[in-house]
Write a protein that binds this ligand. Structure first.
Ligand code: GRG
Length: 298
């Protein structure tokens, strides 16, 4: 077990960030440049780090998990590119730089998102092809890729995106808001943790505990994001603030106010940490990450 810090997993990940973007001949260079532009723009890299850390935590080889870590970051980045498009949230700034469509135009940005999603599937499938003769290793990889694809699809971020759009400027129930948060945000965080755990060969109890951790972390993450949209700054976040209110988005602070949102953030953080209490110091990174997140929103 490497038992790295967040920064060490992140550093390893960054070295391989572009490894799984397909070789593209010069005729498609604009597409490649635009994919690379958004992937290389930074971001916290929470999903790939969680994937690598969960793999490590469960006894797996993190080098072998890199195609899946890249895949989940490619999918996350594609979702940000598409979310920023004029037909969606129409944002100009992301990760501290102009959004993809501001630089490359809407059509190329749409294709860059499509290309990144396909690159994610390609990275995972190419890796699986190497293990056709090793049933156990192949099974872990198929399970990991299933988690990632499920989180990125119609039971994950795509469902969340449409629910988020449809709830704007309407009365939204707590149940609907939870559904939006679970699909739009928690699904890919749960996918990262579960995919890493599957790659590491987790037993069913550990997989369940990590899932409870990730579900609570995912919800906390979105509430924190919504709080920061009100109290954070553009420089700190690398994106425009106040956008939720402007777009009349259904958010936790909009429905319940800032104080109740902070209390819910604390409650979810405690539940996330509590899910891993039996693992003591071995779960330090996961506990630390939950606490850092909570502090950002408070
Ligand atoms: C377009 C299919 C599709 C989905 C879009 C990602 C998304 C769904 C919408 C973006 C808006 C938003 C607030 C989504 C919730 C998830 C979230 C908090 C994304 C931002 O993730 P970070 O903070 O971003 O990890 P970085 O840039 O650090 O990677």
């Amino acid at each position: 077990m490497k038992d790295y810090s967040f920064e060490q997993y992140r550093e390893l990940f960054e070295k391989h960030l572009l490894d799984f973007l397909p070789d593209i001949d010069h005729k498609s260079i604009t597409l490649y440049e635009s994919m690379k532009y958004s992937v290389s723009a930074g971001g916290k890299r929470i999903r790939p780090v969680l994937l690598l850390a969960a793999c490590d935590f469960c006894g797996g080889d993190i080098e072998e998990a890199l195609p899946y870590a890249c895949a989940i970051e490619y999918i996350h980045t594609y979702s940000l590119i598409h979310d920023d498009l004029p037909c969606m949230d129409n944002d100009d700034l992301r990760r501290g730089i102009p959004t993809n469509h501001k630089v490359y135009g809407e059509a190329v940005a749409t294709l860059a998102g499509d290309g990144l999603q396909a690159a994610a599937f390609e990275a995972m499938n190419r890796d699986m092809l190497l293990y056709l003769d090793d049933a156990e290793a192949l099974k872990r990889r198929v399970c990991a890729s299933y988690e990632i694809i499920k989180g990125s699809g119609c039971r994950g971020i795509v469902a969340g995106q449409i629910a988020d759009m449809e709830a704007a400027d309407k009365n939204c129930s707590r149940e609907m808001l939870d559904y939006i948060h679970i699909t739009k945000t928690a699904a890919l965080i749960v996918a990262a943790v579960r995919a890493g755990a599957q790659l590491g060969g987790a037993d069913s109890d550990t997989l369940e505990d990590l899932t409870v951790y990730a579900e609570n972390l995912g919800l906390a993450f979105q509430i924190c994001d919504d709080i920061l949209d009100i109290v954070g700054s553009e420089e700190e976040l690398g994106k425009k603030t106040g956008a939720d209110a402007e777009n009349k988005k259904a958010t936790y602070p909009a429905l319940f106010g800032l104080e109740e949102s902070k209390a819910r953030l604390e409650e979810l953080t405690d539940m996330a940490i509590d899910a891993l209490k039996d693992y003591y110091d071995n779960a330090e990174l996961f506990v630390h990450l939950a606490k850092v997140l909570e502090t950002r929103g408070n």
